[in-house]
Design a protein around this ligand. Sequence first.
Ligand SMILES: Cc1c2[nH]c(c1CCC(=O)O)Cc1[nH]c(c(CCC(=O)O)c1C)Cc1[nH]c(c(CCC(=O)O)c1C)Cc1[nH]c(c(C)c1CCC(=O)O)C2
Length: 341
Amino acid sequence: MTKKTLLATVLGERQETPPIWIMRQAGRYLPEYRETRAKAGSFLDLCYNPELATEVTLQPLRRFDLDAAILFSDILVIPDALGQKVRFEQGEGPTLDPLTADSVDRLEREGALEHLAPVLETVRRLRAALSPEKTLIGFCGSPWTVATYMLNGRGSPDQWVARRFALEHPEAFARLMDVLVETSVDYLVAQLEAGADVVQLFESWALNLDDAAFATQVIEPNRRIVEGVRARVPNAPIIGFPRGAAGNLRRYAEMTGVNALGLDYATPLSFPREHLPQDLPVQGNLDPLRLVIGGEAMERRVVEIKQAFADRPHIFNLGHGIVPETPIAHVERLVNLVKTA
Ligand SMILES: Cc1c2[nH]c(c1CCC(=O)O)Cc1[nH]c(c(CCC(=O)O)c1C)Cc1[nH]c(c(CCC(=O)O)c1C)Cc1[nH]c(c(C)c1CCC(=O)O)C2
């Protein structure tokens, strides 16, 4: 049997050479993505089109020797499936009609999974198309991160509206977390049943929270998702990526029970050695800006990251998503360096 090295690493096996994938590896830095994207209509039309979503998921693997494919979709398909319609206007981030304390109870859980059926069809097609040594990664947004968009109606640098809502309307906020936890569990279980090997929880806005808010808004919902998924898919392999968690990283890993911990690029390379269990797999954490610049700025750091995490299971990745201005040649060089240096 052919081994999936990335899956094995999530499960705790250290590799001589770290496996690699790149957050947002299918995207606008690839001309073939922009071409397929133009055919699809809106961005969400692309997410809900199994044929085109399968195609863009596979595009980066045709160019680079990556060890995993990540399902092409978005974290905001969840609010869209719950009846809070999401729009992606050209050249802007996502917009939604903001949720209020009253409208939380009007979210429609029933039928949410049916709405997501095309995404699950994409997972099945990917499973069939991928060669057996490639790991297929499914994902969802973590409830707090998804809630920041649902409550504010768009991205915001400090998540002010959502942080305020959580403290001012704790009961409505708890009901919102319940809906998101339950829907996310159903969605991730369905992805695993459709053929995903691993799922990642994207908690992109785990920053700006005091440790009490971090416990209720980040740790507890993520813990409930891990528990809920594993109740139906025993030992499901899960990567948690709490971006910006900083001093809360260790507690996040311990209390949620994720198999592997995604590190953002602000996490010091000494952090795992000083603060995390020796056997905990980590993922990360090159600054995407170094991939844009390339040359020494990138190459030295890649070697440092590999050395710093060489004593434990390590999945090489960026510390956040790849950006559209990234030169393709730099991605080629990165993958080469990770595999050989
Ligand atoms: C916060 C968040 C979102 N989406 C996601 C997050 C968490 C990760 C992170 O923090 O980056 C996750 C995401 N979004 C996308 C993927 C696909 C899988 C992958 O290749 O990693 C994944 C895993 C595609 C996408 N999602 C989006 C694009 C670009 C849209 C386009 O092609 O026009 C892609 C390829 C759009 C999107 N989607 C979102 C925003 C804020 C934006 C606009 C910003 C931007 O344009 O880059 C919400």
